[in-house]
Design a protein around this ligand. Structure first.
Ligand code: ADP
Ligand code: 5GP
Length: 192
């Protein structure tokens, strides 16, 4: 019997809908925990420290890196982001599925360290749709939007390195597909 939770890594370009789809999946399934990342980015209106992110100074972030407190970390468009290791390991050991919403460099680090992790690339139907979503969210400056779109062009070809790709056309449909992929992975792990 499986006694460890599955580590689900959801990656893909900024604005594709990772956060939206993950929340829909978590609403539908129990026994799942969202991994709260540390970041040096400033909070957006409405974001809560300890729930959306741990908002930290660059100095504190570097301390976490040096102490080996992060499972993975990366710089993304001028800010640092990283996954606190201890809560992930504790939840997995309890048999709880942990979900990471991280960019592509971090996803590669996790897969290299933990090959049993399930990696899913969430892709937009097109770059035009991605741009519309990023702008529609209304959280970034024009300069940041352009940097994130430039980054997206580099990230999209990396989809083939993932265990699965899901196209986020409709968020409910994408969440269902992600849930099916996760269930199949869990069943496969149980059979091992
Ligand atoms: P990410 O976490 O990947 O940066 P978000 O979840 O914040 O992206 O989504 C970016 C924007 O796109 C949000 O305004 C969200 O409401 C919207 N969105 C997400 N998924 C869809 C979808 N399938 N169709 C239309 N809009 C979507
Ligand atoms: P945002 O600033 O829009 O919240 O996040 C920007 C990007 O950083 C997103 O693609 C998000 O998935 C990614 N990200 C969030 N947390 C982490 C993390 O802990 N590690 C890595 N590598 N990327 C992260």
């Amino acid at each position: 019997m499986r006694n460890k939770g599955v580590l689900l890594v959801v990656s893909g370009p900024s604005g594709v809908g990772k956060s939206t789809v993950i929340h829909k999946l978590m609403d539908r399934r129990g026994n799942m925990e969202f991994s709260v990342s540390a970041t040096t980015r400033a909070p957006r209106p409405g974001e809560v420290d300890g729930k959306d992110y741990y908002f930290v100074t660059r100095e504190r972030f570097m301390e976490m890196v040096e102490h080996g407190d992060l499972l993975e970390h990366a710089e993304f468009v001028g800010n640092c982001y990283g996954t606190p290791r201890a809560p992930v390991e504790a939840k997995l050991a309890e048999g709880i599925c942990v979900v990471l919403d991280i960019e592509v460099q971090g996803a590669e680090q996790v897969k290299a360290k933990m090959p049993q992790a399930l990696t899913v690339f969430l892709a937009p139907p097109s770059l035009e749709v991605l741009e519309r979503r990023l702008r529609g969210r209304g959280t970034e400056s024009e300069e940041t939007i352009l940097s994130r779109l430039e980054r997206a062009r580099q990230e999209l070809p990396l989809a083939e390195r993932y265990d699965h790709t899901v196209i986020n056309d409709d968020a409910d449909r994408a969440a269902l597909e992600l849930g099916d992929i996760l269930s199949r992975w869990e069943n496969k792990e149980e059979e091992k």
